[in-house]
Design a protein around this ligand. Sequence first.
Ligand code: APR
Length: 311
Amino acid sequence: MTKVSVIGSGNVGANTVQKLAELNIADIVMVDIVKGLPQGKALDIQQAAPLMGYDVNVMGTNEYADIVDSDIVVVTAGIARKPGMSRDDLLATNIKITKQVCDNIRSCAPDSIIITVTNPLDIVTYAALKCTNFDKKRVLGMSGLLDSSRFASFVAMELGCSVKDVSAMVLGGHGDSMIPLPEYSSVSGIPLKELMDLNTIEKIVDRTINAGAEIVGHLKTGSAFYAPSAAITTMVEAILNDTKKIITASVHLNGEYGMYDICMGVPVKIGRNGIEKIIELELNDKNKEALQKSADSVEAAIIKIETLIGH
Ligand code: APR
């Protein structure tokens, strides 16, 4: 049986496990440092199986030995953003946790594909790649798929149309410097600018950039988890079923888009081998400049963590 492990059984981790179980495509192991938490949640999800009709094993554990032979390991372990806290504030704590988790993945599931989720996402993805020394095709961060889904939701809300007809694209770092691309977004093939004025597009772009913070503002404690877990589940399904889905994800760039040794969100094709192709878009000058700005902020953070990851 195919096996997926999810590290961290908090809001994002546990919701991912539930959604994955409902897909019925893999046995699932959920790991956390808190004793009892993954065990209790796994049992709860397992007991929903007769009602929801899934037939996979869901196991909760505090031992990394249980992730052995995983095809995919999803990393959600870390602390979540609190109101007033930027993603970058999370940096040092979450990088230390990532290193600990990735050392365990390297020894217990050396052939797995890693999907990073913990924020700040692009830096955590970079740290996961360096700590495991995995082939860069096997380490990708969940970022652009969530941002694009938020963008698409806002477009559908504005137009009062089916969200299924909206295709939206967001590039760059998964943070305040993300770049929603209206020129690569459409509704049933119709470019956005033919359906709404520039002012409205601008408002939707701004709301997309601040979508995570908008939710943190409402929740007061903790950050978003329903849409993030939906994006993770979509990525896991695309990899396990080898669908060759094209999404934006944070991946290691070495020459693509003129960027070197950095992880950032760009369009990629994903399948059973992980990242099967990086798609390079012809960007206009404004977007090139925005991408460089995004890269600058990711690079500045990478410099801060080099000692933490031992590079
Ligand atoms: N090993 C395993 N699990 C850990 C470790 C560790 N070293 N450190 C923390 N955890 C666990 C916590 O015990 C907690 O159960 O990670 C879980 C995180 O869960 P939440 O606090 O509920 O956070 P969540 O909302 O799930 O977000 C997790 O995803 O979207 C990002 O910004 C978000 O970085 C955050 C991550």
